[in-house]
Write a protein that binds this ligand. Structure first.
Ligand code: PSU
Ligand code: MN
Length: 310
């Protein structure tokens, strides 16, 4: 049954009807993850990367309390220009708040997966997923629950290195979420290509990833496939250089009592300051890289009606 709070842009509705490849894109990165004006440029560039690979970008967000799939350029500007304090960061439990209060909001990985699933989209590109935080054992991102429950291919550059990566991977294993390394055996750590941790399977082409997802879902599995795509070498920052910055930002968050939804945006912007913008450039590069790979994977799923009907 169609959800009255869900609105697809005409382009996305058409693409989904005709089986044209569609890639969902998140919007917390626009509203809370990146500074202005890089957030708007990035939103536009990610959409362009998807189009360049022959797929249609579906940026997901809340506008005036409506769940929107596929935004116009004007709408992207509205989201990017809004004060982050007046815009919600929308994960599972925040949708009803946004709807009731007619708010604008950026959807997190979990929120984007939830909405994209309602529209029947199977591939999604983001930067880095949320996970288990180091600052508090109980701060576990809803992203992990969404990955356990929503059948979708999620392309990321690993989990943000600000997280407890071993604990995050253990959680994904417990929940039966395959962690695919794209052309790598090692789980990438967002800013860095290395983490010292293993993925559950290495796959070397978009076609292999599409086939893997199909095999997983045909067994009756309902989880997402997490595809980890290391940031391009030219933009990567070695783990040894990132670690002291991460420790410093994390210690500051504890001293300042920052927790809950505000923690991830605080850590990202503090690390960007500490690296004098270098980590921001890395963040932008990996987002674009993930949009490209997601679009290629969506092309390999094209026309598979059985799969689209899951
Ligand atoms: N990766 C980024 N920038 C971001 C995020 C991830 O490079 O802004 C966002 C994603 O939307 C992710 C969210 O879902 O942070 C996780 O937030 P939390 O840890 O509060 O669940
Ligand atoms: Mn959290």
């Amino acid at each position: 049954m169609k959800n009255p709070n869900l609105t697809l842009s005409p382009e996305i509705a058409r693409a989904l009807n005709f089986g044209t490849p569609v890639v969902a894109l998140e919007s917390t990165v626009i509203t809370h993850g990146l500074p202005q004006p890089q957030n708007l440029e990035l939103a536009r560039d990610m959409e362009q990367q998807v189009r360049d690979q022959g797929a249609i970008p579906a940026t997901v967000a809340l506008l005036d309390g409506e769940i929107r799939i596929g935004l116009s350029d004007e709408e992207l500007v509205r989201l990017a220009d809004a004060e982050s304090d007046s815009t919600l960061k929308v994960s599972h439990r925040d949708f009803a708040t946004a709807i009731l209060k007619k708010k604008n909001g950026g959807t997190t990985v979990a929120g984007t997966m939830f909405a994209a699933q309602m529209a029947g989209i199977k591939v999604f590109a983001t930067g880095g997923i949320g996970g288990v935080h180091k600052e508090s054992a109980f701060d576990i991102s809803t992203d992990l629950r969404a990955l356990a429950e929503i059948p979708m291919i999620v392309v990321c550059a690993g989990a943000k290195a600000i997280l407890d990566l071993p604990a995050t991977l253990e959680y994904l294993e417990t929940m039966g979420v395959p962690v695919v390394g794209y052309q790598t055996d090692e789980f990438p750590a967002f800013y860095s290509r290395e983490s010292g941790l293993n993925v559950s399977v290495r796959l070397d082409s978009p076609k292999e990833i599409a086939d893997f997802a199909e095999a997983h879902w045909k067994l009756g599995m309902r989880s997402a496939i997490l595809v980890t795509n290391p940031v391009p070498e030219t933009e990567a920052i070695p783990k040894s250089e990132m670690e002291p910055m991460i420790l410093k930002a994390s210690a500051e968050a504890i001293v300042q009592g920052i927790h809950g939804q505000k923690l991830t945006p605080f850590l990202l912007s503090r690390i960007s300051q500490l690296t004098e913008g270098r980590s921001l450039r890395t963040n932008l590069a990996l987002l674009l890289n993930n949009a490209r790979l997601a679009a290629k994977i969506s092309g390999e799923l094209k026309g598979d009606k059985k799969l689209m009907a899951i």
